[in-house]
Design a protein around this ligand. Structure first.
Ligand code: CA
Ligand code: CA
Length: 145
């Protein structure tokens, strides 16, 4: 059984981090991936908690986007902070989620996340374009718990 620490190979992890860097070259938005284990809390509550713990709700433009993979309970969620959530069309997260899940179903987890991250980055660009003085407000590395 995979754990958050061995869910991705080092190469896959690097590919995901590269996708985040690539996406953040287009936008001031901050994208993160979290690989979590089971928790006694319901997924939605747990995902929101991780969102907060990771500081995703503390970006200056409220444009953080979290990709949450629950390893043990096979859950996947995308959570956008209120700045971006207000800006995108209502079905944006569902559509992005569908793209990711279609890869997951074939066992292509890293590819799925990469595709989702680039899609989110592309959309973020329209509302939160990259500016010269952009700060990398949140680390691009995958977080695990
Ligand atoms: Ca930034
Ligand atoms: Ca970042």
């Amino acid at each position: 059984m995979a754990t958050p620490n061995d869910f991705f190979t080092p190469d896959e992890e690097q590919a995901i981090v590269n996708a985040i860097r690539e996406a953040e070259k287009n936008t001031s938005g901050e994208i993160r991936v979290h690989i979590g284990n089971n928790s006694k809390k319901p997924p939605l509550e747990r995902d929101q908690e991780v969102f907060h713990v990771l500081g995703m709700d503390a970006t200056s433009a409220r444009n953080g986007v979290l990709f949450y993979v629950g390893v043990k309970d096979h859950t996947f969620a995308i959570i956008g902070d209120e700045g971006i959530d207000k800006a995108v069309e209502a079905d944006f997260w569902d559509c992005t989620r569908d793209v990711v899940i279609s890869h997951f179903k074939e066992g292509r987890f890293a590819e799925g996340l990469t595709a989702g991250i680039l899609r989110a980055g592309d959309r973020l660009k329209a509302y939160f374009p990259y500016t010269e003085d952009d700060k990398d407000e949140l680390p691009n590395e995958i977080s695990k718990s």
